[in-house]
Design a protein around this ligand. Structure first.
Ligand code: PSU
Ligand code: MN
Length: 315
């Protein structure tokens, strides 16, 4: 029995050379988007990372093997197989034991990416503090994992289905740094601005790369980083439509008694239906944007490391 993580040859080679590698999440493929859009997007995003000069590594568990870098057939399996379960970091050993297939959440993906030595990770949105968390204690493990996993996640904030201000407070408590990319407004996933502000921003990819290097030198020890990249104003979901559909969805959640890890997929699916595909369009746009930015930061980081002869991370 092997418990090793299988890292794709191309990814191993890129990491060995110090070339830019970008980790990509699989839960958004399996449980966040409908087929065939999910598979198309998964492939498109990998292609986009390559065009920007990086090596993509979509992460998931196939037949009990944690994989860093999925092949074409494996991507298809994640996008289509009904038996693909949602895996947070803590679930990975169980999926290995049971030899199952699984799509990794932000927590699960960040965990495996860091183990493989990948520094950049792109996704749509993070999990966070749910609106009923005071009663349900539903706070995504995405937040705590990022406090002890040295990976920079490029995302468009957290979905408005969550309690955004509480999520930012919780990230502060956990000591996870959050910076806006060219903004001090924390993005609201489908919306450019969630209404919450940030204390820090970075102006360029190079500055983000320097920040990653600095975090590695200064700590907090082993901490991740959140780079918040908002959807452009002209691409965002109509805020009125968004607020109405969300309110209805939250009511339905209560009515049907949906809890735990089914909450996010339920609300996403409903939003897609009720906005007649608008939320899907925005979701895809965000994932592409974040993959592009993550790759550019990874390229800047690789350049920085080469210039400093690895001093960027080793000091
Ligand atoms: N945001 C999205 N799409 C998603 C998710 C978040 O836009 O599919 C998924 C991510 O995988 C995230 C997870 O890590 O939901 C959080 O789930 P939970 O709240 O059960 O921890
Ligand atoms: Mn949860």
């Amino acid at each position: 029995m092997s418990e090793a993580i299988a890292i794709r040859d191309e990814v191993v080679e890129a990491l060995r050379r110090g070339s830019p590698v970008v980790a990509l999440e699989s839960t958004l493929i399996a449980h966040g988007l409908p087929y065939p859009d999910n598979l198309e997007l998964a492939r498109e995003v990998e292609e986009l990372v390559r065009r920007e000069g990086g090596v993509p590594a979509t992460i998931g568990v196939i037949s009990g093997v944690p994989k860093v870098g999925l092949g074409s057939q494996e991507l298809e399996l994640i996008a289509t197989d009904e038996g693909v379960v949602k895996l947070s970091a803590r679930d990975i050993p169980m999926a290995v034991l049971k030899k199952g297939h699984g799509a990794t959440t932000v927590a699960g993906t960040a965990h495996l990416a860091a183990r493989a030595g990948i520094k950049l990770f792109a996704t749509g949105g993070l999990g966070g503090v749910h609106r009923q968390a005071r009663d349900s204690w539903d706070v995504s493990a995405d937040l705590s994992i990022l406090s002890r996993t040295p990976v920079a996640v490029v995302c468009s904030g957290v979905k408005s289905i969550l309690d955004v201000p509480a999520t930012l407070e919780h990230l502060e408590t956990l000591g996870v740094p959050v910076v806006g990319f060219r903004t001090r407004r924390f993005p609201g996933f489908y919306l450019t601005d969630s209404g919450s502000t940030l204390d820090w921003d970075v102006k360029y990819e190079e500055e983000a790369a320097q920040l990653i290097a600095s975090l590695r030198r200064l700590g907090p020890e082993g901490s991740g980083l959140i780079v918040a990249n908002p959807v452009p104003w002209k691409e965002q979901l109509d805020p009125k439509l968004h607020d109405r559909v969300l309110k209805e969805g939250l009511g339905e959640l209560k009515h049907q008694g949906i809890r735990g890890k089914s909450v996010t997929p339920f609300l996403l699916e409903r939003l897609q239906r009720e906005t007649k595909g608008e939320s899907l369009r925005v979701n895809k746009h965000i994932v592409r944007n974040n993959a592009r930015l993550a790759t550019r930061i990874a390229v800047a980081f690789a350049t920085l490391e080469a210039k400093e002869g690895n001093r960027a991370t080793k000091l």
